[in-house]
Design a protein around this ligand. Structure first.
Ligand code: HEM
Length: 203
């Protein structure tokens, strides 16, 4: 996605370049693989949403006080509603949250949550064009993409001089790692369930 030059501050550029590899580990993770497949299967879509729910909810509870609710609505409830329609259970996150001990660290964590809207818009388009079945997609289709991303950085602009770039970067990395650790746990759980089912069926 092309961003207009000059609008995004150094902090945004630094966070992006420091976390590119983390993002790659996340968007290539086996838990999310189903989101951009063609065609999209209900099972893989449900697996991806289930994995996204726990860490999104935990981070929103920990961090969302920092942003005005009316401009930055939390989104875990949208995943929960989609999962309810898919008749899937909600899987809470058992990985300990990173510590967000300073305003800079909170901003680093929010960078990850808010940035996920950019991917959300891409996924919503993919779902629209490639799903042959009707899937509940409030979470992705209500991503505000680049508009919210710009709003996020506009909101932060007056605060940036008080923030420490290094602390924000460390927190952003820890937040990505938190998602990755939870996805790894989900993958393990899925493998165990599959093995149990196979053994039950005598396969
Ligand atoms: C299959 C899943 C995903 C896809 C396809 C995807 C795709 C994208 C795309 C296309 C962008 C815009 C990149 C750019 O402008 O250079 C983006 C940005 C971003 N995504 Fe994802 N994403 C995915 C999952 C996630 C998840 C789960 C998170 C975090 C929980 C996340 C966090 C971010 C962040 C923080 C940015 C902002 C990067 C920046 O600083 O510009 N993404 N993503």
């Amino acid at each position: 996605m092309k961003m207009p030059a000059g609008i995004f501050p150094d902090m945004a550029k630094q966070l992006k370049s420091a976390t590119t590899d983390f993002h790659r580990a996340l968007d290539h993770h086996e838990m999310l693989r189903g989101l951009l497949s063609t065609p999209i299967s209900e099972v893989n879509y449900t697996i991806a949403l289930t994995a996204l729910f726990g860490p999104t909810e935990a981070l929103e509870i920990a961090l969302s006080d920092y942003l005005p609710l009316e401009k930055f609505s939390p989104r875990a409830a949208l995943i929960a509603k989609d999962l309810q329609d898919l008749k899937a259970q909600l899987l809470p996150c058992s990985i300990p949250l990173p510590t967000f001990e300073s305003e800079s660290a909170i901003v680093g964590g929010l960078y990850v949550l808010e940035g996920s809207h950019l991917g959300g818009s891409v996924i919503a388009k993919h779902l629209h064009h490639h799903s042959t079945i009707s899937l509940p997609c409030r979470f992705f289709s209500e991503s505000e993409g680049y508009t919210r991303w710009q709003r996020f950085w506009n909101y932060l602009t007056p605060r940036l001089p008080h923030l420490n770039q290094e602390d924000a970067t460390e927190a952003a990395k820890a937040t990505f790692s938190f998602f990755i650790a939870h996805f790894d746990e989900c993958a393990k759980l899925n493998r165990t369930r599959k093995a149990q089912l196979n053994s039950h069926l005598g396969l």
